[in-house]
Structure formats: structure tokens, C-alpha cells
Design a protein around this ligand. Structure first.
Ligand code: GAL
Ligand code: CA
Length: 345
């Protein structure tokens, strides 16, 4: 063997040892090593990406305090089968805690069985399993937010704007002609947000006329398509657009922009999330309001829970609801306070 080959062999062996160490879980150089597996339903989702980024950033401070942490993030790209395989991979690489953003929130059984067999706890986040599934095993937790609250807040923001600006009722018929852009069917944040927003508007004595709705799966480009179709069906009639998230409301605004609709012929728009792009749109006046989906708070709760599950300490300081769930509150955002929500992480 020539010198170069020997060097190559030594380097390869070194890399293998390193890889083995990084996958073999707890003990490393005397210190306990925390290995977290994060499984996302789809990493092209703006809000999910920001939760994961904030989680990584916040858990990094424990790393600075001397706890070695590695995080593997998986993207199921919308397929539950893919996610199940990714969970197997994460478990066999020695993860001590799993954070799971289910693809299909009604289908977690295979993942729960795998985790229970390996005695690795799961923190579900953002896509809430149904209550019966949460009871399948005591090692299951959930971190998220109350969907109803976000819908009520969106409805209140819209009701306030309509009362303050009578020009929203552009045709002056005393009713607000509106359309809704909805997230994935079956997601707790889709139907519940829509129902609560509309009910709240009605409770606030706003007379409504629903023209149409479109399902756009949280996605900006799909929302632009649906909105363009609805504008074609109801030209110049739409006075209010509600969307279940910011990416979809931004897609709706894109549709009006692409058609060069004059400012005074556009509806008012309301989203939910307060993503970076959503906040910018509020600040530049294109989006009348949104509702903050507390990504930093949710990530912080997930980090605290991860550390408590790993170290066995600090569990008593966590305020759970329904024994193993944590819900972070939403906040209303308008141009008045949008800046306070920027760069929180
Ligand atoms: C919602 C959020 C959406 C989308 C969805 C994914 O809470 O508002 O933007 O990220 O979760 O499950
Ligand atoms: Ca009207």
C-alpha cells in the first residue's frame, strides 16, 4: 500500500469512528450526549421552518453550557409513509428524544409503537394528534396552540377594521362580501380557524355574504391560483379575504398585484402566523392584520421538554394541560404593534 492509500485508509477509518460516535447515543467523552430527531411534515412550509430554526437556536444554548447536542431534521415532503421510515432511521441512529410534526395527524399509531418499543419519548408539535392517540402511551407530549383562539382573534381584527373603515363595504350594500382561503382539510388549524373567525365577525354584528372559498394547503402559490380563479368568478365584488395562514393571504395579495388591481378596488386581507414575510406585509400596509402564532414560545416549550425528558429534571416546572400538552397563546397584530414581533428569536 502506498503512503497515500494508507493515509486514505486511516482517514476513512477515522471518519467511521466519528460517525459511530455521533450515532451511538448517550455517552461520549464522559459527557452525556443529547441526540434529537426532528421529523417535519414538509420543510417547504414557512411557519414550520421557523419553528425548527428557533428550536435549533434555543437548544444551542444548552450546548454552550456543556451539554453536547446533535439534531437531525427530516423532511417527509407530505408523505406519512416516508415519515414512518424516517422515524425508524432516527431511532436506529440512537436518538433520545423525537420531535414529530405528523404528516397525517390522525395516523400516528405506527410512530407511537416504534417509539414505545425503543422507549424514546415523542414531543408532537403543531399538528395535534387526536385525544385518543395521545392516550396510547405515557411518553407522548404535544406542543402547539389553540386553533379557536387564532380564529376568534382574526375575526376581531377584521370586525374592528370593518367598523373603523366603512369604505371596506365598497358597494355600500351593508354586507361584507368575503372569501376564505383554507389550509389542509382535516388540520385542526383550518376548519376551526375559519369557523371561529366567521362566527366572531357575526357576533360583532358584521353582516356577511360568503362568495366562495378555496383550499390552498397553507401554500402561497396555490393560494394565488385559487384567488385568481375567485377574482375571475366575482370580479370587483370581493371586499374581504380571510386566510388560515400568512402564506396563503400573501398568495391572495399576489393575485391582486399580478392583475394590477388598483389599491381602492382591493379587498382587506387578514392572515394568521406573523411570519417574517407576514409582518413585513402588515408593516407596509398590504396586510390589514394577522395573528401571532408564537413560534419562539412553542420552540422554547419543546426545548424545555426535550431537556427535561433527557435529564429527568425540571418536569415539575412545566405547566401542562390535559397532563401532557402545552398550548401557547396567540396575539393580535396590526400595523401598530407589528414591529414588536419582528426578530424575536
Ligand atoms: C399552522 C400554521 C400554518 C402551517 C400549518 C402546518 O399552525 O399556521 O402556516 O404551518 O400549521 O401544519
Ligand atoms: Ca358589500
Amino acid at each position: 500500500m502506498g503512503k497515500r492509500k494508507i493515509l486514505q485508509a486511516v482517514l476513512t477509518a477515522g471518519v467511521c469512528v466519528l460517525l459511530l460516535c455521533s450515532c451511538s447515543g448517550k455517552k461520549q467523552g464522559g459527557a452525556e450526549k443529547l441526540q434529537v430527531g426532528v421529523a417535519c411534515y414538509d420543510r417547504s412550509d414557512t411557519f414550520i421552518n421557523s419553528v425548527v430554526d428557533s428550536y435549533k437556536e434555543q437548544i444551542g444554548s444548552y450546548q454552550e453550557d456543556g451539554l453536547p447536542v446533535t439534531i437531525s431534521v427530516m423532511d417527509a415532503a407530505g408523505l406519512q409513509r416516508t415519515q414512518n421510515d424516517q422515524i425508524k432511521e432516527l431511532l436506529s441512529s440512537g436518538c433520545s428524544v423525537l420531535c414529530v410534526n405528523l404528516v397525517d395527524r390522525t395516523d400516528p399509531s405506527e410512530i407511537i409503537d416504534l417509539a414505545r418499543d425503543n422507549d424514546v419519548p415523542i414531543i408532537f408539535f403543531n399538528r395535534e394528534p387526536v385525544a385518543e392517540d395521545m392516550l396510547q402511551w405515557s411518553g407522548l407530549y404535544y406542543v402547539g396552540a389553540y386553533a379557536e383562539q387564532s380564529g376568534v382573534m382574526q375575526g376581531e381584527l377584521a370586525a374592528d377594521a370593518i367598523k373603523e373603515h366603512e369604505e371596506v363595504d365598497r358597494n355600500g350594500d351593508g354586507k361584507i362580501q368575503y372569501v376564505v382561503l383554507e389550509g389542509e382539510p382535516g388540520h385542526q388549524d383550518a376548519i376551526i380557524r375559519t369557523e371561529n373567525a366567521v362566527d366572531t365577525l357575526k357576533k360583532n354584528d358584521v353582516r356577511l355574504e360568503k362568495l366562495s372559498y378555496g383550499i390552498a394547503n397553507w401554500n402561497r402559490a396555490q393560494a394565488q391560483n385559487r384567488m385568481t380563479q375567485m377574482i375571475g368568478q366575482y370580479p370587483d365584488q370581493i371586499e374581504l379575504v380571510l386566510a388560515n395562514n400568512d402564506d396563503m393571504i400573501l398568495g391572495a395579495i399576489d393575485a391582486f398585484e399580478a392583475l394590477n388591481t388598483a389599491e381602492d378596488a382591493r379587498p382587506v386581507f387578514f392572515g394568521i402566523d406573523g411570519t417574517d414575510v407576514g409582518l413585513e406585509a402588515v408593516l407596509d400596509g398590504r396586510l390589514a392584520g394577522t395573528v401571532y402564532n408564537d413560534k419562539e414560545g412553542q420552540a422554547e416549550a419543546m426545548v424545555k421538554l426535550t431537556i427535561a425528558l433527557f435529564t429527568g429534571e425540571g418536569m415539575d416546572d412545566i405547566a401542562f394541560e390535559n397532563e401532557r400538552c402545552i398550548y401557547l397563546p396567540y396575539h393580535k397584530i396590526t400595523i401598530e404593534n407589528a414591529r414588536e414581533f419582528q426578530n424575536l428569536s
